[in-house]
Design a protein around this ligand. Structure first.
Ligand code: AMP
Length: 175
């Protein structure tokens, strides 16, 4: 039987020079177009965290929403959108992080999680780890525990391991 990792490698589409020259964008839309593969991916993302007491899935805008929502359902956990600046309507915290050129930020509603929460962070791709690590800081600022990070794809030539050192990270396919 073909492994999930091999099925993902055969399905994820490389888009060179998107969104800027030199970046090879990992396009997961063909995974979404394959209902059986999409179902297997979300089940596999949830599997390592079953029985670990996860109360909330923090899903990172925007492709993290697509995977985080079904993972939260698999785990019987609440779904918390982690959004780019300016999108959350109610009281929220902001955590900034540096990009190769410039800065970005993620935000979460302050009433979404608290010291009783144990969260799982979900996104599509881990590259520098900056976004996931800023999301981890948001959870910690609200007193929540972070069980780990689950993503579909990791880019092993980028420094996400250093950014998330000491964090339990589960990925389904490495490039
Ligand atoms: P980073 O913070 O560098 O780990 O980047 C992770 C975020 O940027 C995720 O939300 C990804 O969706 C997106 N991302 C970074 N690099 C890529 C890539 N090569 N292909 C697709 N998405 C990417």
């Amino acid at each position: 039987m073909t492994s999930l990792s091999a099925r993902l490698k055969a399905t994820i589409r490389d888009v060179p020079d998107f969104p800027k020259p030199g970046v090879v964008f990992k396009d997961i839309t063909p995974v979404l177009h394959d209902p059986a593969l999409f179902a297997d991916v979300t089940a596999a993302l949830a599997a390592p965290w079953k029985g670990k007491g996860i109360t909330h899935v923090l899903a990172i805008e925007s492709r993290g929403f697509l995977f985080g929502a079904p993972v939260a359902q698999h785990l019987g956990a609440a779904l918390v959108p982690v959004r780019k600046p300016g999108k959350l309507p109610s009281a929220h915290l902001t955590e900034r992080y540096t990009l190769e050129y410039g800065e970005d930020a993620v935000e979460v509603h302050t009433d979404a999680i608290d010291a009783r929460s144990l969260v799982l962070i979900v996104d599509d791709v881990l590259a520098t780890g900056g976004t996931a690590s800023a999301t981890r800081r948001l959870a910690h600022r609200l007193g929540a525990g972070v069980a780990g990070v689950g993503v579909v794809i990791d880019l092993s030539f980028l420094p996400w391991r250093a950014a998330l050192s000491g964090v339990h990270v589960e990925t389904l396919v490495s490039f």
